[in-house]
Design a protein around this ligand. Structure first.
Ligand code: HEM
Length: 452
């Protein structure tokens, strides 16, 4: 009977297990587990065994059918705690459910459509100083852009000018968090290391800024149309109470953090893949030119830009910003016929799932044509899962897709990129999947430039 068998494991070194691959070549480790063990397999980082799931069916089992039997991994909660607090990404059980219900309306289609103009305006501003022949680091620029956008839509704050400090502190906090969460043996937060000190200083600066904004808003009745206004005005259905300042801080910080690095990486990879596939790049540009003829996109234009959406979906298939999603079993379970004891860490790898040839034939090929509605319909549920699934699915998924489509369409009209020579483009497995050395692109301005 399968329950008495142990989950297949890939070979590793006697003491360290697969530590080296986990540290230096994590994406290939995931692909390797899938190839060697199938839908469910395991590897070891030192003494810690990690179960890896790489099938759509098991994603349904873990994230949907057994959602209540799993919680977020304790590593995320421990290292994310000081910055994310008890916000949506890290909170648990009934508390999470209540928060999600309260916050969900802020991400409804109607509400987020009003942010389309901000997204287009900031994209337009970003590219203005770029001259033909200039080299930009698109990973860096996309990070700046998505930070401005989330700053404005969340706090109605111009991170461009008013709160550069938020950006700096956030970047510092993110760097430390990234280093911790992606390290095989992270140092505990209680150790007085320089990195920990920088981390706590950055969190303190962020706290000061965010609490200040909350205080100012509490004192006024104005609805600034931003997400913070929604958070401040929302009250719980069960007892009519409002969120405390601390909870608003935690939710705002979570949205700030979860809402920009992921989208920035999706954008950077999209541009990279476009430069590597000139025919696709041309087809995408032609669509944008035809629909917009040089003007900025609005929310109403998005249904008329289906190829831009296909490009974005395909880029997130090959480079899913959330390349790994982890959970911890809350009780003994049977998964795929195997016994999974309470406390086991289970990782789901969208990266490996998105590269399965049975779901995506010729999986390494960048092919936006996979995403015509007819072809997308044929895919098994969860074979494509850049936003996770089940009750913890990304709350910002529509926001992110709209943002991605708008950034792509705005910039494509103004400039054409080519990849700068002599650079190594490779993915780095931090909290999100980002280009390790950035991506340098050469700018060429387009004629549509002048049309507004
Ligand atoms: C391309 C961009 C994005 C990607 C790939 C992405 C991916 C994800 C994934 C995979 C999860 C689930 C994590 C898990 O189950 O453990 C998640 C959760 C979350 N995301 Fe996103 N995200 C993106 C953009 C955004 C944006 C723009 C926001 C907000 C403005 C956001 C806010 C959140 C929040 C608050 C959660 C936690 C939801 C919950 O547990 O209830 N994300 N995201």
């Amino acid at each position: 009977m399968t329950t008495s068998m142990s989950i297949p494991a890939i070979k590793g070194a006697p003491l360290l297990g697969n530590m080296q691959a986990f540290r230096n070549d994590r994406l290939n480790l995931y692909l390797n587990v899938n190839r060697t063990c199938g839908d469910i397999g395991s590897f070891r980082v030192g003494r810690q065994q990690i179960i890896l799931v790489t099938s759509a069916e098991l994603v349904q089992t873990i994230l949907v059918d057994h959602a209540a039997d799993f919680e977020k991994s304790p590593i995320l909660r421990y290292f994310g705690g000081p910055v994310l607090g008890n916000g949506l990404l890290t909170s648990k059980n009934e508390f999470h459910k209540r928060q999600r219900k309260l916050i969900a309306p802020a991400f409804q289609h109607r509400r987020i459509s009003s942010y389309a103009d901000i997204m287009a305006d900031y994209s337009e501003q970003l590219q203005r100083p770029w001259q033909t022949g200039a080299t930009i680091n698109v990973a860096h620029d996309m990070m700046r852009l998505t930070l401005w956008i989330v700053g404005k839509t969340l706090f109605d704050t111009d991170v461009l000018t008013e709160a550069e400090d938020v950006g700096d502190a956030l970047t510092e906090a993110m760097l430390s968090f990234n280093a911790k969460i992606s390290s095989p043996i992270p140092t505990p937060l209680s150790w007085p290391t320089p990195q920990n000190r920088r981390f706590f200083n950055a969190v303190k600066r962020l706290d000061d800024i965010i609490y200040h904004i909350i205080q100012k808003r509490r004192g006024s009745t104005e609805d600034c149309g931003d997400l913070l206004s929604m958070l401040l005005q929302s009250h719980y259905e069960d007892d009519g109470s409002f969120m405390t300042d601390q909870q608003i801080r935690d939710e705002a910080m979570t949205l700030f953090l979860a809402g920009h690095e992921t989208t920035a990486n999706a954008m950077a990879w999209s541009w990279y893949l476009l430069t590597q596939n000139p025919i696709i790049y041309t087809q995408f540009r032609e669509e944008v030119d035809h629909v917009l003829a040089g003007r900025l996109p609005t929310a109403d234009d998005l249904p008329h830009l289906p190829y831009a959406l296909q490009v974005l979906k395909e880029a997130m298939r090959l480079y899913p910003p959330a390349y790994m999603i982890s959970r911890q079993a809350q009780r003994d379970l049977t998964i795929a016929g195997y016994h999974v004891p309470a406390s086991t860490i289970i990782a789901i790898s969208p990266y490996a799932i998105h590269r399965r040839p049975d779901y995506f034939p010729d999986p390494e090929r960048f092919d936006p044509a996979r995403w015509t509605p007819e072809r997308e319909e044929q895919l098994p549920r969860h074979a494509y899962m850049p936003f996770g699934g089940g009750p913890r699915v990304c709350i910002g998924n529509h926001f992110a897709m709209m943002e991605g489509q708008i950034i792509l369409a705005t910039l494509a009209q103004r400039v054409t990129f080519t990849l700068a020579a002599d650079q190594r483009v490779e993915a780095e497995t931090l909290a999100t999947l980002r280009p390790r050395h950035g991506i340098k692109l050469i700018v060429e301005r387009r004629e549509t430039d002048q049309v507004m």
